[in-house]
Write a protein that binds this ligand. Structure first.
Ligand code: DGI
Ligand code: FE
Ligand code: FE
Length: 192
């Protein structure tokens, strides 16, 4: 699918603010893909569609999670987590995108997962550091992203976990598993 066609599709699903965020994620993901040698076209499409399901009614998302046999424990945690796996499902169904790498980058863009692919990492990080983001610590992650993808991701995960803890919110286990997996990956690199 061409960029303009994809953008037209997502624009209808999003608010103007969320659409501008999506443009930022797209541009950032393309730059990271060029920098780290990922498939630029896949990064672009995954970024464009990453928040496709963001504004679907919670009841619809819940139904899809149950009917499509997605992990049921998602329903026990923050509803903010749901749009990622539901988005992957709807993007395949409604936009006809069947590329598993693109769909997984959408599916795991909020929680991450252990042993993330390069494309998954790029979309996750682009979502965190796109120019419209202003949360505390984001500049440090932007700087790390210039040097080391995994170290930037660790900082982003750490910030997110700390942010949620400070608000006494639950933390989805995959968020911790993602953090652990990245720490081990960096330790492995350093031992070589
Ligand atoms: O959809 P976006 O706002 O662009 O960003 P996102 O898909 O990364 O969603 C982030 C939101 O999800 C943020 O408000 C934090 C919230 N959230 C709630 N529980 C968890 C969580 N994020 C992670 N990574 N892990 C959680 O357990
Ligand atoms: Fe999102
Ligand atoms: Fe997003």
């Amino acid at each position: 699918m061409e960029r303009h066609e994809a953008l037209e599709m997502v624009k209808k699903q999003l608010t103007e603010h969320r659409y501008q965020h999506t443009i930022g994620v797209m541009e950032t993901a393309v730059a990271l893909a060029e920098q780290y040698g990922a498939d630029v076209k896949k990064a672009e499409l995954a970024a464009i569609f990453h928040d496709y399901a963001k504004f679907r009614p919670k009841e619809e998302m819940k139904r899809i999670i149950l009917e499509q046999n997605m992990p049921k424990d998602l329903l026990l945690y923050n509803t903010e987590l749901w749009h990622a796996p539901v988005g992957a499902y709807l993007v395949e169904k409604e936009a006809g995108i069947s590329d598993v790498e693109i769909l997984d980058a959408i599916r795991y863009h909020t929680s991450g997962r252990p042993n993330m692919t390069l494309l998954e990492k790029i979309v996750y990080l682009a979502d965190y550091i796109e120019p419209g983001r202003i949360f505390p610590g984001v500049d440090e992650v932007r700087e790390l992203a210039k040097q080391d993808l995994n170290k930037a991701l660790i900082k982003a995960l750490k910030n997110t976990i700390q942010f949620l803890m400070n608000k006494n919110q639950t933390i989805y286990p995959d968020t911790f598993y993602t953090y652990n997996s990245l720490i081990m990956e960096v330790k492995g690199e350093e031992a070589r």
